[in-house]
Every structure is written in C-alpha cells, then in structure tokens.
Design a protein around this ligand. Structure first.
Ligand SMILES: Nc1ncnc2c1ncn2[C@@H]1O[C@H](COP(=O)(O)OP(=O)(O)OP(=O)(O)O)[C@@H](O)[C@H]1O
Length: 288
C-alpha cells in the first residue's frame, strides 16, 4: 500500500451495506494535498454515502479511510478538526442571523470568543456576505445560503473540505460564482473533495474525476486524460434510432466522416470531445 501520511485522503476498499442495499461495493481512491477531486455519478451512485463515511457521520461496513494520516474510524475527534463539510441539504438555522449561525459553529468547535469574532469577519468578507451578517438566514437567497454553508465549513480552518453537490438547484450564473469561490478556496491550499452529478462542474473544477456508479468507481483520471481516451473530435448524427456519436483523433478524419454522413442525408455536427462523452461511453448512460 502507498504511504497514508503523504496524501490528504486515502480510501481503501470501502463497503457500505444498508440492509440488502449495497451502497458502496469496494471504493478506493487517493486525493493528494491541495488537489480538487470530484466524485461524479448519477443519483444513488454512492457519492453522499462516501462523504458521510469520510466525515464520520456514518460507519462503513468494512474498509479503511485516512484523512491527513488520521484514521477516520478510530480518531473521530481529531478528524473533526481537520475537515469541513458542506452538506447537500441547507442545515442552517433559518431563524438566527448569519453571524449567529457561525457563532454556534465556532462554539461547537471550541474556538475562543475572539477567534470566532475574527474568523466570522474573515469568512464573511471572503464570501462577500459581511454586509448581511445581521440578517436572518431566512431572508437570504438560495445562492447566499450556499455561500454561508461554505463559510461555516471554513470557520475552523479545515485542511480538507467536503462539498456534497454544492451547486444543486442553483441558477447557472450563481453556480459559476460558486465555482470561482471553490477554486479560490483550493488556491489557498485547501484540499477539496466534491460530489456532483453535473458533468460540466467536474470538467470545470476538478484536477481529477472519479466516475462512480452503483457503488463502484469505474475510472479515475484527469478530465483531459478521460476525454483523450475517446479522441479529440466528435461527430454527432441523428437517424430514426436516435443520436449517434463517432470519435476521431484528428479534425481531418472527423470532417471526412461528416461529409460522408451528410452525403447520406444525415444532419451532422462536428465538435470537441467533452467529459460527458467520456462518461456516457464508460457507463453507457448519462450522469444526471
Ligand atoms: N440511510 C439509508 N438507508 C437505506 N439506503 C440508503 C440510505 N442512504 C443511502 N441509501 C441507498 O444507498 C445508495 C447510495 O446512495 P447515496 O445517497 O450515497 O447516492 P448518491 O450518489 O449520493 O445519490 P444522490 O445524488 O441522489 O444523493 C442508494 O441506493 C440509496 O438509496
């Protein structure tokens, strides 16, 4: 086995059964320090289960996991200080203000009062919500609440941040704003593991992507390598059975194929290969 202490996250053969449901069937991966790693997969693939295990919210049926060399299963208190979690559901106290929500989190993490005050200002400035510090959370928009969840997860300066479907249900422009915030957090040295079923989110954000389906990782690589497996160019055409795509390494070959197909009367499009092509060809279905 590789050295556990040099990676930010090491996961070895994780299995999780919920009764007869096998949510995870032997998941293994490694995330290097400072890396942004995406678990990409359809609903029910096992993404949230993986995050819940790695953040100590659920016990695995078997397997091992280490964060910064700390055993997730044996050193849960030490683990808590190392990690921050942005859950899928907005579990903020809606009746309390933005600052009060952060204050409670600071108390739970046993931060000293001056530290809580200082960090509240810092994280709210960081996510551009300081002017709303005294607003009740129920008056914030969905995008603001999502940013506040991120600020709360960063309050105690975690080394590893877990983001479970961080932009689900948000407008495209708010999603892009969150993407740049997530990139900024990574640039400041935080290791990030995020789950998503949006392919473009993984393609845009992740240094490496693991495709997960039915509780197993199918493939794990950089977006560029995953796409290069298919080629550089895709030729789409439609017939009575639906949409078909053929892949080519060079543009000339793609253009030749497109000419042949359009000569046969098909509507044809040539485009660059994207991560969705890689996902569909590996899993045989769409992520979302
Ligand atoms: N508490 C639970 N009890 C029983 N089955 C569960 C429980 N939590 C998850 N599952 C099942 O485990 C499998 C994996 O679920 P999980 O929530 O990890 O998937 P996911 O990839 O995060 O999907 P989603 O994007 O919908 O959250 C699914 O079949 C799900 O129904």
């Amino acid at each position: 086995m590789s050295d556990k202490s040099s990676a930010a996250i090491v996961v070895e053969d994780l299995r999780k059964d919920y009764g007869r449901i096998k949510a995870l069937r032997g998941v293994s991966f490694r995330v290097e320090s400072g890396e942004l790693f995406a678990l990409l997969g359809p609903n029910g693939a096992g993404k949230t289960t993986t995050i819940r295990i790695l953040t100590g919210l659920t016990r695995a049926t078997s397997g091992q996991a280490f964060i910064e060399g700390v055993s997730v299963f044996e050193q849960s208190l030490k683990l808590k200080r190392l990690i921050g979690l942005v859950p899928q559901a907005t579990n903020l106290d809606l009746e309390l203000t933005v600052a009060e929500n952060l204050f409670i989190h600071g108390l739970l993490y046993q931060l000293k009062l001056p530290e809580i005050k200082k960090r509240t200002r810092e994280v709210l400035d960081y996510i551009e919500l300081w002017p709303r510090a005294r607003s009740k959370v129920k008056t914030l928009s969905g995008g603001m609440r999502r940013r506040l969840l991120i600020a709360r997860a960063l309050l105690h300066r975690p080394q590893v941040l877990f983001l479970d479907e961080p932009t689900v249900g948000l407008d495209p422009h708010i999603r892009r704003r969150l993407w740049s915030l997530i990139k900024r957090i990574q640039r400041q040295g935080t290791t990030i593991l995020l789950t998503t079923h949006y392919i473009e989110e993984a393609e845009f954000l992740a240094d490496r992507v693991a495709f997960i389906d039915l509780g197993k990782i199918i493939v794990c690589d950089t977006p560029a390598n995953l796409m290069a497996r298919l080629g550089q160019f895709a030729v789409d055409f439609t017939d009575e059975r639906g949409l078909h795509t053929r892949y080519f390494q060079d543009q000339d070959a793609a253009q030749k194929e497109a000419l042949v197909l359009s000569g046969q009367g098909y509507a044809v499009t040539i485009r660059r290969v994207n991560l969705e092509d890689a996902f569909v060809s590996l899993t045989g279905r769409k992520a979302a």
